[in-house]
Ligand binder design. Structure first.
Ligand SMILES: NC(=O)c1ccc[n+]([C@@H]2O[C@H](COP(=O)([O-])OP(=O)(O)OC[C@H]3O[C@@H](n4cnc5c(N)ncnc54)[C@H](OP(=O)(O)O)[C@@H]3O)[C@@H](O)[C@H]2O)c1
Length: 297
């Protein structure tokens, strides 16, 4: 039986659906009982900050999907480090045979925010004695379903200039997890343990805006917000200055091309192509309409 952590998140919900379709036995870890009931699957209530609840949640499980929220605007250590280490410790005690962890592309010790946090957790997992696989995705297409992606007049906020980004749909991250949790990979990927996951195309912000415009059937422009202006805006909203600067640093890396390359890993693992941005928009039109709202005339 598989325990899904982060089960109510973008990847976790999709994973639950795909495991159900595959007929796999799984249980969702949720913080809120009502959210668990709404998922319509076996669930257990627990919290990463309550280690005993994680030990109880793992009872009867043999495989683990490890995921949590990303970087938080806090001074000091990112909470995901302590939280995921708690889960890894409990997994070792529970005799889990395989951990599939969501990480991030370019994760490494000492890097900023989620890259550094995931780098530290990856090393902890690798030293744990547990069998592991790492999913290292590019930026999520689902980021375009958040209000932060658009201005109040419904235009796309653009911080990557003319550099393409190989955004990935969380559905494909979950699809890869579904295959990896089912058992060892065969063929050329059998020896691989860390997988960089991207979409099938790398798009500039202007191309994203055009696609959003076609999907919504109205003009969607681009509101340029260079990384340093983004950091200034975050500071003025009261976010910790260090957090704002670190976000700007990571955005500059992407603007310099750190996510411009496409990998074929989704297709290699799942046997089908990764979803395009158009596929993603078509599947999420209602959510997109709710966040990319033009002003009423
Ligand atoms: N966004 C990107 O572009 C991007 C790119 C690469 C990698 N990533 C990585 O992807 C991960 C996020 O994945 P996602 O978007 O699927 O997650 P998400 O939608 O942000 O959801 C986070 C999940 O973690 C759960 N959670 C939060 N705090 C918890 C706690 N204390 N105890 C138990 N559960 C808790 C949440 O439960 P509740 O429903 O109770 O809040 C939710 O299920 C992060 O590690 C991030 O670094 C993100």
């Amino acid at each position: 039986m598989i325990l899904i952590t982060g089960a109510t998140g973008a990847i976790g919900r999709s994973l639950a659906g795909q495991l159900r379709q595959a007929g796999a036995a799984f249980r969702a870890l949720v913080r809120d009982e009502a959210k668990g009931r709404a998922m319509g699957c076996d669930f257990v209530v627990g919290d990463f900050d309550d280690p005993n609840s994680i030990i109880a949640a793992l009872d009867g499980a043999d495989r683990l999907f490890l995921n949590s929220a990303g970087a938080q605007p806090v001074d000091g250590e990112q909470p995901m480090i302590r939280q995921q280490k708690t889960v890894i410790d409990a997994a070792r005690e529970a005799g889990i045979t395989h951990v599939v962890k969501v990480s991030v592309w370019h994760a490494r010790q000492g890097a900023k925010l989620s890259q550094g946090a995931h780098g530290e957790i990856e090393e902890y997992l690798q030293a744990s004695g547990l069998a592991w696989s790492l999913l290292q995705p590019a930026g999520f297409m689902q980021n375009f379903l958040t209000p932060e992606a658009f201005t109040s007049d419904g235009n796309l906020i653009s911080s990557y200039g003319s550099t393409p980004v190989a955004h990935i749909d969380c559905h494909d991250i979950a699809a890869c997890a579904t295959v990896l949790l089912a058992g060892p990979l065969a063929g050329p990927l059998a020896q691989e343990k860390a997988f960089v996951l991207t979409g099938p195309e790398a798009l500039t912000d202007a191309e994203v805006a055009d696609k959003v415009s076609s999907a919504l059937g109205r003009p969607v422009g681009r509101a340029e917000l260079p990384p340093d202006s983004l950091a200034a805006a975050m500071r003025s909203q009261g976010l910790p200055p260090r957090f704002a600067d670190d976000i700007a640093f990571l955005v500059k890396e992407v603007a310099a091309g750190s996510q411009a390359t496409i990998t074929t890993t989704v297709r290699d693992i799942t046997g089908r192509p990764a979803r395009t941005f158009d596929d993603f928009l078509a599947a999420n039109l209602q959510s997109l309409r709710a966040v990319a709202v033009p002003p009423t005339p």
